[in-house]
Design a protein. Structure first.
Length: 182
């Protein structure tokens, strides 16, 4: 009898892991566009940073990203558990925000070219100037990257939450915690 119980337990665990894998794959497919933005953020975060400081900057942003995830996953699970009807409006708000963000990027590209170029020149001059505190410049870049990561991670988690809304709680936790992040 003990052997049968052990095999049943292993079968239950395998079924749970299979469900998590399938739902994670579906959630990752649905969030591929936002994940692409998140990856682009990671590549941009070291632009303008000296080579010997790239890894510490990436590490600082990664730690910030983990803190973001530690905040967002429980919040998403709480919303899903306490007010399941709020998941769809959150998806709609996230979609509207993505539309706004896309329109803002287009407007910035076409209407504010001079300001963007001016900012790049100022950054280059600051990096070349030995009197400028590079640690302060790095801190600002890290803060901005972590803030942007928070928004992108929130979008990823809400989209994924819509995918796993009908799954058991343990499966939801596993999928949301296992999602790719920066």
């Amino acid at each position: 009898m003990a052997g049968t119980s052990l095999l049943a337990l292993i079968d239950d665990i395998a079924t749970l892991l299979d469900d998590v894998a399938v739902l994670t794959k579906i959630a990752t497919k649905k969030t591929a566009g936002v994940l692409g933005d998140d990856l682009a953020l990671n590549a941009e975060q070291v632009a303008g940073v000296r080579a010997e400081r790239e890894l510490p900057v990436v590490w600082a942003v990664a730690k910030g990203s983990l803190v973001n995830k530690a905040i967002l996953v429980p919040a998403a699970l709480a919303v899903s558990g306490l007010v399941p009807a709020a998941v769809t409006p959150l998806l709609m708000v996230g979609g509207a925000y993505l539309c706004f963000e896309g329109a803002e990027k287009l407007a910035e590209k076409f209407l504010h070219r001079d300001e963007e170029e001016k900012h790049k020149v100022e950054l280059r001059e600051a990096l070349a100037n030995p009197s400028v505190d590079l640690a302060l410049v790095e801190k600002d870049k890290i803060k901005g990257a972590v803030r942007t990561d928070f928004v992108l991670s929130a979008e990823i988690i809400v989209i994924s939450l819509g995918t796993v809304a009908g799954a058991p709680f343990l499966t939801q936790v596993s999928v949301l915690a296992g999602l790719p992040s920066s």
